[in-house]
Design a protein around this ligand. Structure first.
Ligand SMILES: Nc1nc2c(ncn2[C@@H]2O[C@H](COP(=O)(O)OP(=O)(O)OP(=O)(O)O)[C@@H](O)[C@H]2O)c(=O)[nH]1
Ligand SMILES: [Mg+2]
Length: 300
């Protein structure tokens, strides 16, 4: 961790420097750089957009980017494992499209492929948001598909998470209660031009789900202003709060875990499975060696 990077171009928002850094981060080789960038981060609104395939997330993200841009904000968007990529400006307003043509430093769009590694996706995504945050983007939007563990992990790193629902696509109240409530700060019923939007809204309302619900037609840009306002109104965006600390605790636990290699765990597991070693001593030894006498905490 002693390599020193030239941070200036990144902090100034230089696109090529940011792109290079993003590649480093995506390949999980960015720790040294990220530790230097960390003091410059912590200002961005990290906005998670998650929902079923085809719910209109990318369309929504495009609209949100345009909306924040029109407000003078610099915006980065990350599509995690995209099946349909951002349009990259195709449906953004003319002004934005022009600016993109002239390398608008206010917008940066990046796709990230899923990595097979355990927890690796969420960690890489978190690192990517840190990079963009430090590079001075006011808003970092993260699009994820589905509602598996990966999405929940990704949602945890966001300051605000929007879950996109679609009428008549099985996003019923039971499903919402089963998994989505945990991560949603806001529900958006997109494709509100389709039948059933009102009914879904009513069902959520009557199910006593204490999360605000908005309707959008992303393809027509309807409801986007209201969504941006609702995002701004979500409480708990202060990163010193309990909620954020809980998330950091989980994040740290996962990352410490990551440092144990699979090979090492495999060998250990084989030893326990064949009863060559008892798991208790083995765990003790692993932890001992892992922390090598270093205190986990450096200040009060
Ligand atoms: N009718 C209608 N169509 C929409 C709306 N929003 C998006 N779409 C369309 O729905 C399709 C899927 O939109 P995407 O934005 O790619 O959806 P997504 O959730 O990002 O999809 P994945 O990334 O593949 O999961 C596209 O054809 C959009 O034009 C909407 O509000 N109403
Ligand atoms: Mg998409």
């Amino acid at each position: 961790m002693t390599i020193l990077f030239d941070l200036e171009p990144i902090l100034k928002g230089d696109r090529r420097a940011i792109a290079r850094a993003a590649t480093l981060v995506e390949n999980r080789r960015g720790d040294a750089l990220l530790s230097q960038l960390f003091p410059h981060s912590g200002r961005a609104l990290i906005l998670g957009i998650t929902g079923a395939p085809g719910a209109g997330k990318s369309t929504l993200v495009d609209r949100l980017v345009a909306n924040f841009r029109a407000d003078g904000k610099r915006v980065a968007a990350i599509a995690v494992d995209p099946s349909s990529p951002f349009t990259g400006g195709a449906i953004l307003g003319d002004r934005i499209r022009m600016m993109q043509h002239h390398a608008d430093d206010g917008v940066f769009i990046r796709s990230m492929a899923t990595r097979g590694a355990m927890g690796g996706l969420a960690a890489a995504t978190a690192d990517m948001t840190l990079l963009f945050d430090a590079a001075g983007f006011d808003v970092v939007i993260v699009e994820t598909v589905g509602v598996g563990q990966d999405e929940i992990d990704v949602a945890r790193l966001a300051t605000v998470t929007v879950v996109v629902l679609v009428p008549g696509m099985g996003d019923d109240v039971q499903a919402i209660k089963a998994g989505l409530m945990e991560i949603a700060d806001l529900f958006v019923i997109n494709k509100a031009d389709h039948p059933g939007a009102e009914r879904l809204e009513r069902e959520i309302h009557y199910a006593d789900i204490a999360v605000p619900v908005l309707k959008t037609v992303a393809s027509e840009g309807k409801g986007i202003d209201e969504l941006v306002q609702a995002v701004r109104a979500v409480p708990g965006q202060n990163r010193a709060e309990e909620r954020w600390k809980r998330r950091m605790r989980e994040m740290l636990r996962e990352r410490v875990m990551e440092k144990l290699s699979w090979e090492e765990l495999d060998l250990a597991a084989a030893d326990v499975a064949t009863r060559r070693r008892d798991p208790y001593t083995l765990i003790h030894d692993l932890v001992e060696r892992f922390f090598a006498g270093k205190p986990a905490r450096i200040s009060d």
